[in-house]
Design a binder for this molecule. Structure first.
Ligand SMILES: Cc1cc2nc3c(=O)[nH]c(=O)nc-3n(C[C@H](O)[C@H](O)[C@H](O)COP(=O)(O)OP(=O)(O)OC[C@H]3O[C@@H](n4cnc5c(N)ncnc54)[C@H](O)[C@@H]3O)c2cc1C
Length: 448
């Protein structure tokens, strides 16, 4: 009995129920689907290739690489090795669901079933609903229902002791060579577990206070490992205790956004509050393009915004607090629609995830589910002073301000010599633009 294990966003062997379900004689495969590959940025392509290299090592070099439309590639492979089943972890993204249905139809003609076991989430999207069977739209009740529903314990079985099934071979393509524009963190499940253990030992106990400080190494830095399924959230939840509730809630935000995306597939690119796309008076034209470019390049004249954007483009990652600050600045100070910023994030983040990104943006813009209210406009100066009190984060990414001491770095216009090294003047006046944003919002309120 030969089966195929088709890896996608589950690039690990530990705690992998789909791999366990695949049985004792398995052909492991990864398919480079041009639809996903062409839409990916070079930073995510490079990370994926490294993650596959690591998975191949864990599989003793047996990972088969193929490229093309999975609806053609998977049936061809099933014929080639005479497989009697194809195993996957279910995908709940808008494209992935349809792709899997197409593959299921194609292999059913060969009488080969597509077997879905598990998902990239502790609780699969769509599972938690209100008593009237409608989806949750607010985080706190979703969180309560999510914890009440609970999740399975990590999958045990032969793989927990690393007795792998017998892998069978088939001709494989080579992994593509991709140059990363930034220096990437180590990929793969060993790196994920190492990072988790280090975070658990050194920073988890202080997470509640430190998580908002971009100048500290206070968060887990697990988002890319979770995105590619190098570690499963269930494996983390199994090691967490009730006193880690703040961290558990962050894991739940990821699941909440996947659930919203599942129920509202169009929200990947459209505002859940449709008024934001149809009647909000967004800036456009050459002036807006110039402001957008300054934002992308970290040249807004607001130190915490510029530090964040430069962290993004030079490292491929940005701290969550700063993601919120720069997103608020783009939408509420520059009046540019969230979709432009979300696209730029997806081009530059190595943890770029369509559900967390689109809904992180919509939350900040005020147009998503459980949104931060539109009238909450992040003040980039006070946010900088509060969350980077000594200015170390700004100095690290904005060398033109490196000579300024302490928190004075957040207000270089108040400091003697603040602009000595070529740091730009503020491109807009925050106070004035805040008023414009509030007036824009008032103008659409009550209109449908
Ligand atoms: C505008 C914006 C865009 C974002 N884009 C992405 C994205 O593309 N990919 C992505 O994984 N996260 C995204 N986030 C969420 C969050 O910023 C990152 O998950 C977090 O910064 C990753 O760092 P960490 O692993 O150290 O997080 P930790 O603080 O250690 O949190 C642990 C895990 O919980 C999850 N998590 C934490 N905060 C959030 C959140 N607000 N929403 C959803 N999941 C969360 C992540 O999987 C994270 O790895 C975005 C947030 C905003 C405001």
């Amino acid at each position: 009995m030969t089966s195929i294990m088709w890896f996608r966003r589950d690039l690990r062997i530990r705690d992998n129920p789909a791999l366990l379900a695949a049985g004792s004689e398995v052909l492991p495969v990864f398919v480079f689907d041009p639809v996903l590959w062409d839409a990916s940025s070079s930073v995510r392509r490079a990370y994926l290739v490294e993650s596959l290299r690591s998975l191949n090592k864990s599989l003793g070099g047996h990972l088969v690489i193929r490229s093309g439309n999975p609806s053609t590639v998977i049936p061809a492979l099933a014929r080639e090795v005479n497989a009697d089943s194809v195993h996957i972890a279910a995908d709940f993204g808008p494209y992935g669901q349809q792709r899997d249905l197409n593959v299921e139809t194609a292999i059913s003609a060969l009488s080969v079933p597509l077997v879905r076991t598990g998902s990239p989430y502790a609780v699969a999207p769509g599972r938690v609903v209100k008593s009237d069977d409608t989806p949750y739209r607010v985080f706190t009740p979703f969180y309560k229902a999510w914890t009440t529903h609970g999740w399975r314990a990590p999958a045990t079985g032969p793989l927990s002791t690393f007795e792998l099934p017998k892998f069978i071979s088939a001709p494989s393509e080579a992994l593509p060579a991709v140059a990363s524009p930034v220096s990437l963190p180590a990929a793969g499940e060993d790196a994920a577990w190492e990072r988790w253990k280090q975070f658990n030992k050194t920073a988890l106990a202080q997470y509640d206070e430190a998580r908002n400080r971009p100048d500290l190494d206070g968060t887990s830095a697990l988002s890319h490992h979770l995105k590619y399924g190098e570690i499963h959230p269930r494996s983390l939840l199994a090691e967490l205790k009730p006193e880690h509730i703040v961290f558990i809630k962050e894991i739940c935000w990821r699941e909440f956004y996947a659930d919203i995306m599942f129920h509202n597939p169009m929200s990947a690119s459209r505002s859940l509050d449709a008024r934001y796309d149809s009647i909000m008076p967004w800036a456009s034209g050459t002036e807006a393009d110039e402001l957008f470019t300054a934002w992308c390049q970290g040249q807004t004249g607001y130190p915490i915004v510029d530090a964040g954007m430069r962290q993004l483009t030079t490292t491929g990652w940005m701290h969550n607090r700063v993601r919120m600050i720069v997103a608020s600045f783009l939408v509420k100070d520059l009046h540019i629609p969230w979709q432009r910023g979300a696209k730029f994030f997806m081009q530059n983040l190595y943890d770029g995830d369509i559900a967390s990104n689109s809904h992180g943006w919509q939350w900040t813009a005020g147009c998503g589910t459980d949104a931060s209210p539109f009238y909450r406009v992040f003040n980039p100066i006070t946010q900088g002073i509060k969350f980077d009190p000594d200015g170390n984060y700004v100095r690290k990414y904005v060398p033109e301000l490196a000579h300024l001491v302490g928190g004075s770095v957040h207000e270089p216009w108040d400091t003697l010599g603040g602009y000595d090294q070529g740091y730009p003047e503020r491109i807009v006046d925050h106070k004035a633009e805040r008023e414009v944003a509030l007036a824009d919002f008032a103008s659409i309120k009550g209109r449908t």
